[in-house]
Write a protein that binds this ligand. Structure first.
Ligand code: SAM
Length: 253
């Protein structure tokens, strides 16, 4: 099978994304380390430190996949506040990714813990999550896979309590011309090749690279967050690693 992502009509994007993550689920965590040289861990740690959750924070982690954000969040609250009162709900459209997440609860010390639960759901329509029911909403490397990004941001606004925070970790646009050359070579040549060798699935990683390039650049995405009603501090985002990734944030006031 070949995923010619550029040619896929909008209504098929969801099923394409389903196929891609269904195929890569078992290799997902390994591939993140291989492709990023471990840097995704540094970004995710920084993302949780920026969120700086309190002892009782209730987090909704959407497109939470195998739980990288959720486990970091619970560990942060435990280590910083000595608290086991924080709660996280991990929502993902792909049951195979969530299954990997569930199986990782043991390794992180949260097996059968009431602090974490996993739900299949679509970021564009969080029908099981009531209005104003969570303190924080995170989505890490997931929003670019969604068909209607504005709808995802609106749903985030709906489910957050007043005072709550919306935080997005996503790939961004590299502006520095020299860094961009290196980044382009790495993206278009190295990543699909690694995907072929390590996961035996070049096409899925080709899709990954293309999906990164189609996502709006930082200023445009920050504007979408403001348009949904969020209040942003400063320009609304922080670039990580020359803008290869960025943290966007907005408050529901
Ligand atoms: N947040 C995790 C992390 O940072 O490691 C997983 C990121 S993974 C690159 C993207 C995830 O988004 C996949 O698990 C995929 O199933 C999920 N996803 C894609 N479209 C979605 C949607 N419309 N609603 C919910 N999850 C979605």
């Amino acid at each position: 099978t070949h995923f010619g992502f550029r040619d896929v009509p909008e209504e098929d994007k969801e099923s394409l994304v389903g196929q891609v993550f269904g195929k890569v689920a078992s290799k997902y965590d390994l591939m993140n380390d291989v492709m990023s040289g471990g840097v995704h861990r540094v970004w995710k740690d920084h993302f949780i430190r920026t969120l700086a959750p309190g002892p009782n924070t209730e987090l909704l982690d959407v497109a939470g996949g195998t739980g990288d954000i959720a486990f970091r969040f619970l560990d942060y609250v435990k280590n910083t506040h000595g608290s086991s009162n924080a709660k996280v709900t991990v929502v993902d459209i792909n049951p195979a990714m969530l299954e990997v997440g569930r199986s990782r609860t043991a390794e992180f010390g949260y097996k059968d813990s009431p602090q974490i639960n996993f739900q299949v759901g679509n970021a564009e329509n969080l029908e099981n999550i009531p209005d104003e029911s969570v303190d924080a909403y995170t989505i890490a490397f997931g929003i670019r896979n969604c068909t209607h990004v504005d709808q995802v941001v609106r749903e985030a606004y709906r489910v957050l309590r007043p005072g709550g925070r919306f935080m997005v970790l996503e790939f961004g646009n590299v502006e520095n011309p020299l860094v961009k050359q290196i980044y382009d070579f790495y993206s278009f040549q190295v990543i699909p090749t690694l995907g072929g060798i390590v996961a035996n699935d070049r096409d899925s990683y080709q899709y990954l690279v293309e999906s990164i390039r189609k996502f709006p650049p930082q200023p445009q995405f920050a504007q979408m967050i403001k348009d949904a009603g969020f209040t942003v501090v400063g320009r609304g985002w922080e670039d990580l690693t020359f803008g290869v990734a960025a943290i966007h944030s907005g408050f529901k006031l």
